[in-house]
Design a protein around this ligand. Structure first.
Ligand code: SF4
Length: 330
């Protein structure tokens, strides 16, 4: 879907489609897993009892574990965003991140910024251009992720995340909000996700309220705030209840089913709008924490380039008015 919308972060969010992206599509991943056999499986429960089983295990060419799971956001941030259209290359980066306990979205975004810096005419003093990874370069990229664990100067910088890397190199295109790296949904095309990135107390976190599955024109800014608000309220409630985000595909449109389960389990008689009320209480508490920590409305913004730099190939920009961003929780 993201491939069709033209909103897949590509080469540090400079485009929305990667040439040759079919090589890292869901279909290609499925076919690779099935062809290799071994320990690989395209469907796996990440916890006992889950009937959705949306997780996976990717085997290497010998049928041994390469990584588990390999997810869309990793394919986006550690693949297209790095100009890398190789499932094995992405799987290796993913495995290293897993072993180091690192988030692949943050690492992929930080690598993308570093790769953009490698193409600039000037670099900060003391930086050896030959050590920087380049777009599409799997080997050096994986080595550098490994260096996070070793604590080399460049590895240590990468391990501090996308904002630290951007500031160190003087890169202006830093895809982050409130210090949190952006996920694999470009907000110039999926504008509801952009509103979530901007206004969520958690920063640019797609799990706080992803709107891309809603039946809507995602480039229409008129829908964006309403879509984001309902999605953020729903996610906050589900998180508080300990329900997996991917449950929403099954019972998201039927909150009455979730309420019926709660009423049965606890002998309660919850009102029909109880999930929305719960979500709002969670978000209000999180926003109060942010305010006490010094965040203001000025932090509820996307980086400026999303408004000023049109995204190829759609040439779409993020144009939701700031007054609407500020009114989302009023
Ligand atoms: S639906 Fe949720 S619990 Fe089930 S496998 Fe996927 S992520 Fe895990």
């Amino acid at each position: 879907m993201i491939l069709c919308l033209g909103g897949l972060p590509t080469r540090n969010f400079s485009a929305g489609q990667l040439q040759g992206v079919e090589a890292i599509s869901g279909e290609a991943l499925h076919d690779l897993i099935m062809a290799r056999g071994g320990v690989g499986t395209p469907t796996e429960a990440c916890m006992d009892g889950c009937v959705i089983q949306c997780s996976n295990i990717v085997a290497d060419a010998q049928g041994q574990l390469a990584v588990a799971p390999l997810e869309f956001e990793t394919l986006g941030l550690c693949g297209a965003n790095l100009g890398l259209a190789s499932l094995d290359g992405i799987a290796r980066i993913n495995r290293l991140c897993n072993d180091l306990g690192l988030d692949t979205i943050e690492v992929g975004a930080a690598l993308g910024v570093m790769m953009e810096a490698a193409e600039s005419e000037t670099l900060p003093n003391g930086i050896d251009r030959a050590l920087l990874p380049r777009f599409g370069e799997a080997e050096r990229t994986a080595e550098l992720v490994e260096e996070i664990g070793w604590g080399t100067p460049l590895g240590a910088l990468l391990g501090r995340g996308v904002v630290a890397v951007g500031r160190a190199f003087g890169v202006r295109r830093i895809p982050a909000v409130k210090g949190q790296a952006m996920s694999a949904y470009d907000p110039r095309v999926i504008k509801g996700a952009g509103v979530t990135y901007a206004t969520s107390p958690q920063g640019a976190d797609h799990t706080a309220g992803l709107t891309v599955f809603a039946p809507a024109n995602h480039r229409d800014s008129a829908n964006a705030v309403a879509l984001s608000r309902s999605s953020q309220l729903q996610r906050a409630a589900y998180d508080a209840l300990g329900l997996c985000v991917f449950n929403l595909g099954a019972i998201g449109p039927r909150p009455d089913v979730a309420l019926a389960m709660l009423n049965e389990a606890y002998g309660a008689d919850l009102p029909a709008d109880w999930l929305t009320t719960l979500g709002r209480r969670v978000i209000d508490a999180e926003r109060a924490f942010d305010r006490a920590a010094g965040f203001t409305d000025a932090d509820d913004r996307l980086p400026e380039f999303f408004a000023h730099k049109p995204l190829p190939p759609t040439d779409s920009r993020f144009d939701v008015p700031e007054t609407e961003l500020d009114s989302i929780w009023s």
